[in-house]
Design a protein around this ligand. Structure first.
Ligand code: DX5
Ligand code: ZN
Length: 219
């Protein structure tokens, strides 16, 4: 089986001890940093922006996976590239010209991700799947950490896996929202490659150990 990845979501970290939490992830078995950017328009919540990501990038020593929950993400593609972001994920629902946006992300030297809300069908990606490095399936409605996992996600993972195989694509499948020790194995069995987890990791007594347990469950 390929190596399956864990991406702790910094949204659930202690922002007053951000450096401590970043070092914890650096020294853990986690693979990516998942960074949630919310604008208060695309989603009802506001998280953080460039200065905080700059600080994270300064200390983080793993892949920076940035999930933009913002309208008109094209305006900021170069800014995120300049900050050292590795994977830039935009929402399908926020992009009028998704193909152009994907190409612009790649032209800026980053990998391109596309996120789908729970109500959005996998089929909308048929014409662009070969161009996408990562598809992020939202398994909660975006905007907040700590929500309950939506069970329909398993079906969407299978559909996406079929689409990827049918196109001979190498796209990774990332799952975001409500991931925990109970559903991790089943998500990977369904076809997931990357699991984002926020409250499950940072809300536990020993986050580093929780990451290690999660990693063991999926390898
Ligand atoms: C939600 C964010 C998620 C969130 C996940 O809109 O995209 O990345 O941090 O948090 P948990 O794992 O707590 O559901
Ligand atoms: Zn996210």
């Amino acid at each position: 089986m390929n190596n399956k990845l864990i991406a702790p979501s910094i949204l659930a970290a202690d922002f007053a001890n951000l450096q401590r939490d970043i070092e914890m992830v650096n020294n853990s078995e986690a693979d990516w940093f998942h960074i949630d950017v919310m604008d208060g328009l695309f989603v009802p919540n506001i998280s953080f922006g460039m200065p905080v990501i700059k600080a994270i990038a300064k200390h983080a020593n793993k892949t920076l996976d940035t999930h933009l929950m913002i309208v008109d993400p094209d305006r900021y593609i170069q800014d995120f590239a300049d900050l050292g972001v590795d994977i830039l994920t935009v929402h399908y629902e926020a992009c009028t010209h998704l193909h152009r946006t994907i190409q612009a992300i790649k032209a800026a030297g980053m990998q391109a991700g596309v996120a789908l809300n729970p109500h959005t069908s996998i089929s909308v990606l048929e014409e662009v799947i070969k161009d996408i490095d990562v598809v992020l399936i939202m398994s909660v409605n975006p905007g907040f950490g700590g929500q309950s996992f939506i069970e329909n996600t398993y079906k969407k993972i299978s559909q996406l896996k079929e689409l990827i195989l049918a196109n001979n694509a190498t796209t990774l499948i990332e799952i975001d929202g409500g991931v925990n020790g109970d559903n991790a194995k089943k998500l990977v069995a369904a076809g997931a490659d990357v699991l984002v987890a926020g409250s499950y990791i940072f809300g536990s007594d020993n986050s580093k150990e929780t990451i290690s347990d999660l990693k063991n469950k999926i390898s």
